[in-house]
Every structure is written in structure tokens, then in C-alpha cells.
Design a protein around this ligand. Structure first.
Ligand code: CA
Length: 511
């Protein structure tokens, strides 16, 4: 069992740095729906894009994202290293691995040890210190829920037990001075939010639509919440597509019109998709949300155009993680190394600085914070605590090019033991894996530390991951991938490295 550790010294230098806002600094908008498959972007079926990947895109209509992609660098192989909400978000916000930033498991009231460290220097802290106005709108899900309801002190924010949702007080907002957010809550057409002052807003509108309207109001500064003398950094965390997507109560209705008359075999076109799973019917609602997000994202971009800000605004479209959507015979949408769970959209537009192309950069989640800071010209402010690397030079093609990553790390932690009060203590690092440009390897252990399962795929020959390679049949390949894994586990000071987990096959001390 791994105890939560707070080992990295966190520098306060960034926070105390005194900078004047350079007026030419770009604005930055980072939009990330929660469970948005990279395959669910219509353009992957177009020649230029299809030629870059071995899998086919879903039969979805995403005209706004297609147009945006044609003006952007589109990453085909970006990775959500721990593809579940809170751990991804902790890495996204801090640039650190889960154990270092504190978010080692999905945050909820029975896991007190999984929560974003208050002293972690996060992306909002850095932008704020660099003179930015910083806004967070939508789902956050990185805090341990406590009974801190601002309207009902001493209570959780909802009466459900255990509690997943959370109110984030000002001291935990990491540099975001404009706030309109919640922890996690899945009633998509009746969402709620707490604003900067802690007032709660209950809304009867599809959450994505409501949040884009709030973002447009923020950009236009309709409520005076933004300092117009500063550039802005806006993070927009949309919950959909996120379960449930089981009925028209859960999905965008305009989007639903596009898919409601299609058969499941018309919607689930991959050879690894099982249309007989009970989950298969969710495809219509899932794709409805995809097209609804596309429409709302288009509305956001038009507002940026109308405000005359497009040219000086970096816009990123990404996701928390994927959604397996009936592949591999499993119903679990995420928290697995399958490509459809691990791979996320990552599309970056920066007019005049980034040329359109598709790139197979193996971007990891901890790389996002330094790369976004680098794009904004703040590369010299990347905190020492950041484990990821700044790949902005790869995206722009300007300046000295960093070495490209050979591999990306995959992590899956499970709950540790429960104490007498039923609270989870520590965590169990159940699986570790590696994704390279060609292969996927996952090693899963049981609670005694013994090898339980190996997944090994040749993603070039088998893009739908239907043929698990027996390591005994490919010993050299298996050894080479275990070596890549050992390098990544050592670099990240992972508990598998510290405890030499599966040392018989992972060569930690022989690199
Ligand atoms: Ca999620």
C-alpha cells in the first residue's frame, strides 16, 4: 500500500514574482469536455487526417471543430496518463504526477488523502502572477469534499452520501480570480455552480450551453468580472459527454436529432465495437452530446471573432480522457490503457504562430501546463515542481526543438485499505504501462504484488487492439517495452520504482 507523500519542495518564487502585464501577451482559452473520445471528431474521416491514424473516426458531425482543426495543429496521439477525472485534472493543473500534486484517486468524501495540494503551484497561479486575469468555469473535481457548503455551513454541498461534489473556497482556487464552478455533478440539464463570492446558482439548462454563455459573458466582460487591462486565461471544463447518457434527459436535443434514426451498426462502425452490449444504445446520446459541444464551441469561437480577439488568443480543445464506447467487450468507459480511453483530442490554434498540420507528438498530461505557458511566452516562469516538458516549440515549429518523447506513462491506482470509519487510506498502484509510437504495454498486479495480467498491442498492425500479444512470443519486444516503462517509472519516482515492483521483468536497476 502506498502512503500519500508530499515530497516535492514547492517554490514560492513564482507567486511572489512581480510582473507588469505586457499588453501583447496572448489570451488563452483551454476547453476540455470530460469524456470526449478523440475518435469523436468528424475530421478523422477526411483524407488528410485519416492518413495519419490507423483507426477510423466515429460517424459524427462536428463542423465547428472540423473548421477549428483546419486552422490548428492537431495532435493525433496525446495521452491522458491516468484516464479518470481527478487524477487527469490534478496533472493538468499542476504539471506534476499524481503523487506529487496530491490527486492520487478520483476525489470523493471517502478518500480524504486525494485532493489537490493547496501549496502546489498551478497553471492559474503562474498566469495570475504573470499579470493575467484568470477564470475557471465548469467542472473542477480536484478537491476532497468537506462539509463546507457556503449556504449551509457544516454540511456537504449535496445530501447524497458519499459526496462527490465539492465547493472550492477562494484559498483553493490556485490563482483563478473569476470563479463559476463545482466539483462533480452529473445531472446535465440541472447543473449548479458557485460563483466567485460563493453564491450558488441552480440552472435549468444543458450545462455546456450554460457554461459557454458564461464564458462569452466573461470574454465580453458583461458582468465586469474581468480586468480589461489584462490578458485573460480561461479554463472551461465541460462535464458532458459524461455518464449518464442514456436518454434525451441527459443529452443535447439538437444533437440527438442527428443520430436518433441511425441503427447501432451505423453508429458503432469499428471492428472492436460490440453492438450487442447493453451500453451500445448510449451511442446515440453520446454522439448527441458530441455534436452539441461542437455547436457550443462554435458559438464560443464566434464570440471571440465578434470581440476582435481571435488573432491574439490561443485556443486549446482537449478532454479529460476518452470513452471506450463498447470496444474490448467492456462497459467501463475509462481508467484503462486501451487507446480509446487513453487518447484525447488536443487541438491548438494560435493565429500567426501555429501552422495547420497533424502531428503525432506523444504529449503527456503533465506536459500540458508547461507547453501552454511556453506558447504564451511564459516558459521562463514554469515552476521547478513541474514534471512535464514544454513542447511549445514543437507546436510552433520555432526555435530550438526539444527531443520528442519516446513513450508515455500509464497509471491506474485503486483504493488502499479502509480505516475504522470507512475512509480510504493510501492507494494501491494496480497497473502501470507504457504507450510508444507503435506499442501499448500494461502490467497489472494483484494485491500481493504478483503479476496478474499483461496487455501488449502492436498499435500499427492492430489499431483496434484486438490481438493481445503473448510476451513469450515476442521476448525482445516485451523486454524493450519493460525497459521504457522502467525509465518512466524512475523519472516520475513512482511507487513501482521505489518498491521495485515486478523487478523480475521491469529492469529498474539496469537501465
Ligand atoms: Ca472524467
Amino acid at each position: 500500500m502506498v502512503k500519500a507523500r508530499n515530497i516535492l519542495p514547492v517554490t514560492g518564487l513564482v507567486l511572489s514574482a512581480c510582473a507588469t502585464a505586457a499588453p501583447e501577451r496572448p489570451n488563452v482559452i483551454y476547453v476540455f469536455p470530460d469524456q470526449f473520445r478523440n475518435s469523436s471528431l468528424g475530421f478523422w474521416n477526411e483524407g488528410e487526417y485519416a492518413a495519419q491514424v490507423g483507426w477510423r473516426g466515429d460517424p459524427v458531425l462536428t463542423p465547428n471543430l472540423d473548421r477549428f482543426a483546419s486552422e490548428s495543429v492537431v495532435l493525433s496521439d496525446a495521452v491522458s496518463n491516468f484516464p479518470v477525472s481527478s487524477p487527469h485534472r490534478g496533472m493538468l493543473l499542476s504539471g506534476m504526477w499524481p503523487e506529487q500534486n496530491g490527486v492520487v484517486l478520483n476525489c470523493m468524501s471517502e478518500r480524504p488523502e486525494s485532493s489537490l495540494r493547496e501549496d502546489a503551484v498551478c497553471i492559474g497561479d503562474v498566469f495570475s502572477a504573470a499579470g493575467y486575469d484568470c477564470a475557471y468555469i465548469g467542472k473542477l473535481h480536484v478537491d476532497f469534499p468537506t462539509p463546507n457548503d457556503p449556504q449551509r455551513p457544516g454540511h456537504y454541498v449535496n445530501d447524497a452520501v458519499p459526496e462527490w461534489d465539492a465547493y472550492t473556497p477562494p484559498e483553493r482556487r490556485h490563482g483563478f480570480n473569476y470563479w463559476y464552478s463545482y466539483g462533480t455533478y452529473d445531472v446535465h440539464k440541472h447543473p449548479h455552480y458557485w460563483d466567485t463570492a460563493g453564491n450558488r446558482h441552480d440552472v435549468n439548462e444543458w450545462s455546456v450551453q450554460h457554461e459557454v454563455s458564461k464564458a462569452i459573458d466573461y470574454i465580453a466582460n458583461r458582468d465586469g468580472g474581468r480586468d480589461p487591462g489584462k490578458p485573460f486565461f480561461l479554463m472551461l471544463g465541460m462535464n458532458p459527454p459524461h455518464s449518464p447518457y442514456a436518454s434525451t434527459d441527459d443529452c443535447d436535443l439538437e444533437g440527438y436529432e442527428l443520430y436518433k434514426d441511425k441503427s447501432l451498426s451505423e453508429l458503432l462502425v469499428r471492428p472492436n465495437a460490440d453492438t450487442t452490449l447493453a451500453k451500445a444504445a448510449s451511442a446515440r446520446y453520446y454522439f448527441a452530446n458530441v455534436s452539441g459541444i461542437d455547436r457550443e464551441f462554435g458559438r464560443l469561437l464566434r464570440a471571440l471573432d465578434e470581440a476582435g480577439l481571435t488573432r491574439n488568443t490561443i485556443v486549446v480543445f482537449a478532454s479529460d480522457h476518452g470513452e471506450t464506447m463498447c470496444s474490448q467487450g467492456i462497459t467501463d468507459p475509462k481508467n484503462s490503457i486501451w487507446r480509446e480511453s487513453l487518447n484525447i483530442p488536443f487541438i491548438v490554434r494560435y493565429p500567426g504562430r501555429i501552422e495547420h498540420r497533424v502531428d503525432d507528438l506523444l504529449l503527456s498530461t503533465p506536459d500540458i501546463m508547461p507547453t501552454v505557458l511556453g506558447l504564451a511566452g511564459l516558459g521562463d516562469r514554469i515552476p521547478a515542481s513541474v514534471a512535464g516538458r514544454d513542447f511549445s516549440a514543437v507546436l510552433t515549429g520555432e526555435g530550438e526543438q526539444p527531443a520528442r518523447p519516446r513513450a508515455a506513462l500509464y497509471l491506474r491506482n485503486l483504493d488502499g485499505e479502509r480505516d475504522a470509519e470507512g475512509l480510504v487510506r493510501g492507494y494501491f498502484p494496480a497497473a502501470r504501462g507504457v504507450k510508444t509510437d507503435r506499442y501499448t504495454l500494461e502490467l497489472t498486479i494483484d494485491r500481493s504484488g504478483a503479476l496478474q495480467r499483461v496487455l501488449l498491442f502492436d498499435d500499427a498492425k492492430d489499431p483496434y487492439q484486438q490481438h493481445n500479444i503473448d510476451p513469450a512470443a515476442e521476448p525482445e519486444l516485451f523486454a524493450a517495452l519493460c525497459r521504457e516503462l522502467a525509465v518512466l517509472l524512475r523519472e516520475s519516482d513512482d511507487p513501482w520504482f521505489r518498491e521495485r515492483t515486478l523487478a523480475g521483468i521491469v529492469p529498474y536497476d539496469n537501465l
